[in-house]
Design a protein around this ligand. Structure first.
Ligand code: UFG
Length: 323
């Protein structure tokens, strides 16, 4: 297929762009490089540096089979501090993209949605029919886009799939997490191990979970990328399919730290701090719909995620500056 990967200079977008190329698809990457890195774009992809707000310009006159849309602001804390940034970039930006998709008659869309659309779940595992009550503007903006896409599919023949990511980790095709502001547990723990980041703060150990730390569903970025390729052909014209992407099993912060210590062979220096605002106690996906509709199940273990993230972290030593 002739694909456009919006946000293909970012962590997940660049891994998916690599996989698409590997599988014989044509790839045009579009990224404004506000958080992505031009050197993460695969060399065999075409690349246009542009903002999604200008989608009418960069999609005009091209013959395209599918758009995969990764471009978004994605920090929960920042979204609470600066909600307008999230509504403008994630929602208004995607509105421009959807209009350009419709104007150009592009038949397929795969969108990066998030577990953050559900908010604090009533029960786990979370199915796609669970109530959507996002607890922050980031999750609200992802839900708003999901609703816009549903409307578009109802009004046109667009075949769209929203993939609701749980906690993405690991590295693939030499691409991993390179966030200027790093908030995620695994890269922060790895940086604490070798001193490239400060000692980790564990955000609370008084949660209503087995060991008192929050539980998450971690999924390897290589598994996640494969789901995108399968999603390209999963929806019928006029259908908006929503699928969770997770392992279906949960690991606590302490489980993750134990895995980091096992993989690196070193202790993780940490202190225990207060809970982080907006964190739910447990987020674990039901992986059944993705299995049924995409023929996809996550295969890689938490140990593989941490080992690949560690190899990537070491490969960037002395190259990346950290906050
Ligand atoms: N954590 C720490 N210390 C840190 C970083 C994280 O204790 O320095 C804890 C968090 O409290 C949380 C767990 O580790 O319990 C995982 O935190 P991450 O920041 O790695 O991931 P989140 O679960 O907060 O966020 C992920 C995605 C978001 C998405 C969210 C859905 O990264 O984009 O899931 O709720 F919005």
């Amino acid at each position: 297929m002739r694909t456009v990967v919006i946000g293909g200079a970012g962590y997940i977008g660049s891994v998916v762009a690599n996989l698409l190329l590997n599988e014989g698809h044509e790839v045009l990457v579009v990224d404004d490089c506000s958080t992505g890195h031009a050197d993460a774009v695969p060399p065999s992809a075409d690349f246009v540096q542009a903002d999604i707000a200008d989608a009418a310009d960069f999609l005009a006159g091209r013959d395209i089979d599918a758009v995969l849309h990764f471009a978004a602001k994605s920090l929960v804390g920042e979204s609470v501090q600066h909600p307008s940034l999230y509504w403008r970039t994630n929602v208004v930006g995607t509105r421009a993209l959807l209009d350009a998709i419709t104007a150009n008659g592009i038949p397929r869309l795969v969108f990066s949605s998030s577990a953050a659309t559900y908010g604090e779940p009533e029960s786990v595992p979370i199915t796609e029919d669970a109530p959507t009550r996002p607890g922050n503007p980031y999750g609200a903006s992802k839900l708003a886009v999901d609703l816009m896409i549903s409307g578009e599919c109802g009004a046109t023949d667009l075949a769209a799939v929203s993939l609701r990511y749980f906690n993405v980790a690991g590295a693939s095709f030499g691409a991993g997490e390179r966030h200027a502001v790093e908030t995620h547990l695994i890269p922060n723990a790895l940086g604490a191990v070798d001193g490239t980041r400060p000692p980790l703060t564990v955000f609370g150990e008084d949660w209503p979970t087995q060991d008192g730390t929050p539980v998450r569903d971690y999924v390897h970025v290589a598994d996640l990328a494969r789901a995108h390729v399968l999603a390209l052909t999963a929806a019928e014209p006029g259908e908006h399919l929503i699928c969770n992407l997770g392992n279906g099993s949960g690991y606590s912060v302490r489980d993750v730290l134990a895995t980091v210590e096992q993989v690196t062979g070193r202790p993780v220096p940490y202190t225990v701090g207060p809970r982080r605002a907006g964190d739910p106690a447990q987020l674990v996906a039901s992986a059944e719909r993705a299995a049924e509709r995409l023929g996809w199940r996550a295969e890689r273990t938490l140990t593989e995620m941490v080992a690949d993230a560690w190899a990537f972290h070491q490969s960037r030593a002395g190259v990346d500056t950290v906050d």
